[in-house]
Design a protein around this ligand. Structure first.
Ligand code: PLP
Length: 351
């Protein structure tokens, strides 16, 4: 068993859901795609089962992992016939084009769908001026397809003017719908934080990031995860010795070394101590891009990494620190490898 793990605090997850519920009476769709943003789709969905109204995932493969009988919206409107065969009664498919409808209509069962409208992102979605025709085609030609919702995605929430225009565009599409559609949703986490009070025509909010407390310094939810590590071995190295690959570190005094069993393979290991090599610079560019921030922290202070992180070990200076100290490892589950063990906590209990 590794001495490196990601602790997930289910009490904080519940706290976040309660906070969101305090701020809105709209239905809550919990986005658990990408393995619940790296935190474990099975445990997270099971825990959220009685706390949210809907789930959303990216693909049907992911929906199969959700431990809940609640409705699950599949966000990616691209399906093969193999996918379609796996659709259960509580799955709702996103549709945005006729090819998809044709695949659905060739199957011998009914499908529940939400229509996805492209209001500017240019990823998936039907264009605004095609929405009414698309809906009337479904109604008249695709008898096994039942339209239950319509939605769009806010992709540039940092820009208020742009987003307000986008919200108005979507509102305008809804005002001109020729058919009544029950479920309407557009707010993701940043949309919810900034625009929930000004959007009153939607029925549901579709939230991922804030539920888990990513970027928690920017909003009211708590970060629910923390990577942690404990040395698998500690020892002393004499003054004037090199440590690790490439002799990047030389001791100035007798030094207590701790070996942590986390390393490059865990996407860990890019801190200030590595500044002087090309690898660091290249990695830094990549990780800056991913907003990845990594450090090993004990009692509020960054520990010094000795040399460079290895494939699966990192050596740290443990002068004055007891052998069984537990360190906080500052990294994001989105960047972290999903094979890193997770420990779920509820109260003081591991679950
Ligand atoms: C991922 C995703 C969300 C959730 O976004 P957050 O910013 O994590 O809240 C909502 N809608 C769609 C279409 C998504 O792909």
């Amino acid at each position: 068993m590794r001495n490196f793990w990601c602790e997930v605090d289910l009490d904080k997850l519940e706290y976040n859901i309660n906070k969101i519920r305090e701020k809105t009476d709209k239905k809550l769709m919990a986005v658990v795609k990408a393995n619940a943003y790296g935190l474990g789709i099975e445990t997270i969905s099971e825990f959220l089962d009685d706390k949210v109204d809907y789930f959303a995932v990216s693909t049907i493969d992911e929906a199969l992992l959700v431990k809940s009988e609640k409705d699950i919206l599949i966000l990616t409107p691209v399906y093969t016939e193999e996918d379609i065969a796996l659709v259960k009664d509580n799955y709702i498919l996103t549709v945005d084009n006729v090819e998809t409808l044709n695949i659905l209509s060739s199957a011998e069962k009914d499908f529940r769908v939400h229509i996805y409208v492209d209001t500017g992102m240019n990823r998936f979605g039907i264009k605004p001026n095609k929405v009414n025709d698309f809906i009337s085609d479904i109604k008249s030609l695709y008898k096994n397809i039942k339209i239950e919702g319509i939605y769009t995605h806010l992709h540039n929430t940092a820009n208020t003017k742009y987003t307000i225009n986008q919200i108005n565009l979507f509102k305008n599409i809804l005002d001109n719908l020729e058919e009544h559609i029950n479920e309407i949703h557009l707010l993701n986490s940043n949309g919810f934080i900034k625009y929930n009070d000004s959007v009153d025509f939607d029925t549901t909010v579709r939230l991922g990031n804030i539920i888990y407390g990513y970027d928690s310094h920017k909003h009211f939810c708590k970060k629910i995860y923390q990577y942690k590590a404990k040395a698998i071995k500690t020892y002393y190295v004499d003054k004037g010795e090199f440590i690790g690959y490439g002799n990047y570190f030389k001791t100035k005094n007798t030094t207590k070394v701790g070996i942590l069993d986390c390393g490059l393979i865990d996407k860990f290991g890019f801190t200030k101590d590595l500044k002087r090599n090309i690898f660091y610079d290249a990695a830094k560019a990549v990780y800056h891009h991913l907003k990845y921030n990594s450090g090993i922290i004990y009692n509020g202070r960054q520990l010094r990494i000795l040399g460079r992180p290895n494939m699966n070990f990192t050596l740290v200076n443990m002068d004055g620190i007891e052998d069984d100290a537990i360190f906080n490892i500052d990294m994001s589950p989105i960047a972290g490898d999903s094979s890193i063990p997770k420990k779920y906590r509820k109260g003081d209990v591991n679950v």
